[in-house]
Design a protein around this ligand. Structure first.
Ligand SMILES: N[C@@H](CCC(=O)N[C@@H](CS)C(=O)NCC(=O)O)C(=O)O
Length: 219
């Protein structure tokens, strides 16, 4: 049985939430990195070459391959690996799950506005970012309150995505996090989880870039 494989570009982007989950769960996997700057040469190791040759139904990055499945779509990959290796990370209480999904929806709005702005750096996308992201961060801060993680003392599936997004927002503008003391604590709590702390210290971990090489703003 070969090791499962996660593949993504040479940036954090949509790959790191899944990596955090895999590291937290102690999964033995290979991480394959496609180098954006080498795409032009079209060689066999490029995404351009492999995209339609590796048997993905919907070829995209990130993707996940194990003995029983070939998957793309970052949320599908995240939920698949969690259901496979540690399903208890998905709340069994429907109220908790609904609360997590509500925050997930807000996070989707934050990510969309943030990425549109970072990739374009235009007046209009900046205005949309400023009109939505800081206020949604305030709402998330209120919803988090004094809890250690999103739903309480225990981490859940969404914490990997929330931490990764906060990390990128902080890299762009620190005050988006530091304006809310509980969001600062939240990030510290996540980074202190032993498996996460070990990953952050490991040679394979990268602090950036957060977005792809074609982004207008580099973080
Ligand atoms: N909805 C997809 C979007 C994936 C996506 O846009 N991937 C970008 C990087 S973040 C990419 O470069 N994909 C490779 C491609 O389109 O060929 C997901 O969540 O995974």
């Amino acid at each position: 049985m070969s090791k499962p494989q996660l593949a993504y570009w040479d940036c954090r982007g949509r790959g790191y939430p899944i990596r955090f989950a895999l590291e937290y769960m102690g999964v033995d996997y290979d991480y394959f990195v496609y180098t954006q700057g080498k795409e032009g040469d079209g060689g066999e190791s490029t995404w351009k070459h492999q995209k339609t040759r590796i048997g993905l139904d919907s070829p995209n990055l990130p993707y996940w391959i194990d003995d029983s499945i070939k998957l793309s779509e970052s949320r599908a990959v995240l939920m698949y690996v969690i259901r496979k290796y540690k399903p208890s990370l998905i709340p069994s209480n429907i109220g908790d799950l609904a609360r997590a999904e509500m925050m997930e929806g807000m996070l989707g709005d934050i990510i969309q506005n943030f990425a549109m702005f970072i990739y374009t750096d235009q007046e209009q996308t900046k205005a949309m970012f400023e009109n939505t992201v800081p206020s949604k961060m305030s709402v998330l801060s209120k919803m988090l309150g004094g809890k250690k993680f999103l739903l309480g003392d225990e981490i859940c599936y969404l914490d990997f995505l929330v931490y990764s997004t906060f990390y990128m927002l902080k890299a762009y503008r620190e005050s988006l996090i530091s304006d809310h003391a509980n969001l600062v604590d939240y990030m510290t709590n996540f980074e202190a989880i032993p498996a996460i702390a070990a990953f952050i210290k490991s040679p394979g971990y990268v602090e950036g870039p957060c977005f792809g090489m074609h982004s207008a703003i580099k973080i």
